[in-house]
Write a protein that binds this ligand. Structure first.
Ligand SMILES: [Zn+2]
Length: 309
């Protein structure tokens, strides 16, 4: 038996967020670049408060700060930005028990269509999985990719590619998620190879619907020790997911590796002692338990040394 969960409403297409009628008296949650980029004018939101101090890799303190800052009653939360802004918006709206409207401006985390929110607790990335974190309305507008720096585009895109390919192989996969994940990778790969970056928005959305209803696996599990040393999520996955795909004999191994090469990711290195890193990775049961193959301590040590060369 399988169950699929997704936002009540998914709206997508060029300028879809501009055409949307936003509810009055909303709280916009976003990061500091939003105003200067003119995104609020583009969206045409009326009567709103704004919190635009969401940091990269946000912490639970940011959620608490927002909750204590405002004492008026809002009609809804509008999350606008990359995965960080959306994850904070999801958490805040769930606490306030009000509607959440999510608008991604980078396309990779899939947060706008998943029930997952990742926040730092005591300096460690912690992922929360809860049906209440699903958006009421998710608006995917490729407009936002237009002026995005290529570094952001490639890091987001490789995350989406890692998510859908890991999820395709996941033990939690089902015929529906496999259908979505394969479709997502085909779209993302073609968008990257043909430099049609607007199509990444659609590919990342399909990837989010696929992996959000199954799970990412070994590639993601291996990535966090690198992220803890400051390597960005996508950059880490470029190498950890490649190594994981080889280990798992994934049918996507060659195609994923080719994308990493085309996007010109610089090799990554782990400074931390491998033994210590392996201990941390082994605790990540959310990812490892759904990996198609069992992963031993020795396997993780081997994978880390492959990634580090
Ligand atoms: Zn990811």
């Amino acid at each position: 038996m399988y169950t699929i969960k997704q936002p009540d409403q998914i709206i997508f297409g060029m300028n879809s967020s501009k055409k949307f009628t936003f509810p009055k008296n909303s709280l916009v949650i976003t990061s500091s670049g939003t105003k200067s980029r003119g995104w609020l004018n583009y969206l045409n939101i009326k009567n709103y408060e704004i919190f635009d101090l969401v940091e990269p890799n946000p912490s639970m303190e940011t959620v608490e700060k927002i909750l204590s800052k405002y004492n008026q009653t809002f009609s809804s939360v509008i999350g606008l930005g990359g995965g960080s802004s959306l994850d904070v918006a999801k958490f805040v709206s769930n606490k306030l028990k009000i509607k959440k409207i999510l608008i991604p401006t980078t396309f990779g985390s899939g947060s706008e269509v998943t029930k997952i929110s990742v926040l730092q607790i005591d300096g460690k990335k912690t992922s929360f999985h809860n049906d209440n974190l699903l958006a009421d309305v998710s608006i995917i507008d490729p407009y936002f990719i237009k002026n995005a720096p290529f570094e952001i585009i490639k890091n987001s895109a490789i995350d989406a590619c890692a998510q859908c390919t890991e999820a395709y192989d996941s033990k939690l996969a089902n015929p529906y998620t496999k259908f979505l994940c394969r479709k997502a990778f085909n779209i993302l790969e073609s968008a990257l190879l043909n430099k049609k970056y607007e199509e990444l928005a659609y590919g990342a959305m399909i990837s989010g619907l696929g992996f959000g209803n199954s799970s990412t696996t070994l590639g993601h599990a291996l990535s966090y020790v690198f992220s803890n040393e400051g390597v960005s999520h996508g950059h880490a996955l470029a190498f950890t997911t490649t190594a994981a795909h080889k280990f798992n004999n994934s049918e996507f191994y060659e195609r994923f590796k080719l994308l990493v090469k085309k996007l010109n990711f610089k090799p990554i290195k782990l400074d931390q002692d491998f033994n210590e890193a392996t201990k941390i990775i082994q605790l990540d049961r959310k990812h490892l338990d759904y990996n198609p193959k069992n992963v031993s301590k020795k396997d993780i040590m081997n994978l880390l040394s492959i990634i580090n060369t």
